[in-house]
Each structure stands twice: as structure tokens, then as C-alpha cells.
Design a protein around this ligand. Structure first.
Ligand code: AMP
Length: 190
């Protein structure tokens, strides 16, 4: 079974590449950002609460996303594997994920970390904001806050996965196809 974490700062291209890798390796693609946006669109209580955090560029509480992940894993008992996109984002989430997987006889195979320069991230997010309809992509100060939250709360996961021998850095600059190729090579080498 292949269980991948696709990791990187906001704007690194996780969504696009996770979708591609999911199809390529027949993995269930789980994006907590997409799940939260579905809740927001459906105006559920969870969605209304989460939107307050998302609109500020802050994270939603760990318990909310961990419960979502449990639900998705339970919904796919016969999956070939999973690709996690935008999750985990804190050490507490990574620990919870390890526990859930272990309880189901699974583990993370590798953490693919997309490496992109900061100015390129801001440019990509502002560009995406022109078409994505995502309010958190339109405002430069919110984008900068998301990157700062990434640096403070999410980047420590690099050490977390390094210490487990699961950290795989991948160059995230270049065209979508070039990056996809590098990711495929890294996964095949696992
Ligand atoms: P994304 O689509 O992954 O960029 O996520 C959009 C927003 O959803 C983030 O800026 C967070 O506010 C929230 N979010 C998504 N995934 C998580 C997560 N794993 N933990 C906490 N907040 C999350």
C-alpha cells in the first residue's frame, strides 16, 4: 500500500500535483482544503466556523481536520493507498495521522516536499486569486499570513518526517509537467 503526504507551502502546487499523482498511482486524493471548501459551500455549521479561520489565513483546529481525515479513510476501506494534500499541517496532526494509520495497519510511505521560492509562491497565489474564486488568494496580507503560519506551524513537520527517514525533497520550480515528472520518479524510487 502506498500512502503519500504531498507537502509544501501555500502555492507550491500541491493540489494540482496531488490530483495527478492520485490518478497516476491509483490513490485516493484527500485534500483537507477542498473538504473544508465543500463544507463552506454547503453552509454547514463546520463550514461556517472554518471559514472564519480560512478567511484570515489561519489554520482551522486540529480536531476538525483530523475528524475529516478519519471519515475519508473509513469511506475507502479497499483503497490502494492515499495521497494527503494540505494535511498534516501541524505536528499534532501528523501524530494523529500516524496513530489512525497504525490502527488500520497502514503507515506513511513518504513525505514529498515541494520546494519553491517565497516570491514565486506569492506570485502564484495572487495569479490563482484572479481565477480561483478563493478569497484567501486575493489579498496579499492574507497570503503573507498563510506563508508565515506555514513557516511557524507547518514547516516543523520537515524535521518530524526527516527523523522517521520519510522526507523526500522535490524541486517545485519549473513547469507543472516538469515537477510532475520529478514527483513520479521520486515515488517510483520508494
Ligand atoms: P488549502 O486549500 O490546502 O490551501 O487550504 C486552505 C485553508 O484551509 C488553509 O489556509 C487553512 O485555513 C485551512 N486548512 C486546510 N487544511 C488544513 C489543515 N490540515 N489544518 C488546518 N487548516 C487547514
Amino acid at each position: 500500500m502506498l500512502n503519500l503526504v504531498l507537502f509544501g507551502p501555500p502555492g507550491a502546487g500541491k493540489g494540482t500535483q496531488a490530483e495527478f499523482l492520485g490518478k497516476n498511482f491509483n490513490l485516493v486524493h484527500i485534500s483537507t482544503g477542498d473538504l473544508l471548501r465543500t463544507e463552506i459551500a454547503a453552509k454547514t455549521h463546520l463550514g461556517i466556523e472554518a471559514k472564519k479561520n480560512i478567511d484570515k489565513g489561519e489554520l482551522v483546529p486540529d480536531s476538525v481536520v483530523v475528524d475529516m481525515i478519519k471519515g475519508k479513510l473509513n469511506a475507502h476501506p479497499t483503497a490502494n493507498g492515499f495521497i494527503f494534500d494540505g494535511f498534516p499541517r501541524t505536528v499534532a496532526q501528523a501524530e494523529a495521522l500516524d496513530l489512525i494509520l497504525e490502527q488500520n495497519g497502514m503507515e506513511i510511505s513518504g513525505m514529498l516536499c515541494l520546494q519553491v521560492e517565497k516570491q514565486e509562491l506569492i506570485n502564484r497565489l495572487l495569479n490563482r486569486g484572479l481565477t480561483s474564486g478563493r478569497s484567501d488568494d486575493r489579498d496579499q496580507s492574507i497570503i503573507e499570513n498563510r506563508i508565515s503560519v506555514y513557516e511557524r506551524k507547518t514547516a516543523p513537520l520537515i524535521e518530524f518526517y526527516k527523523s522517521k527517514g520519510k522526507y523526500i525533497p522535490v524541486e517545485g520550480m519549473g513547469t507543472v509537467e516538469e515537477i510532475a515528472d520529478k514527483l513520479v520518479q521520486s515515488v517510483k524510487a520508494l
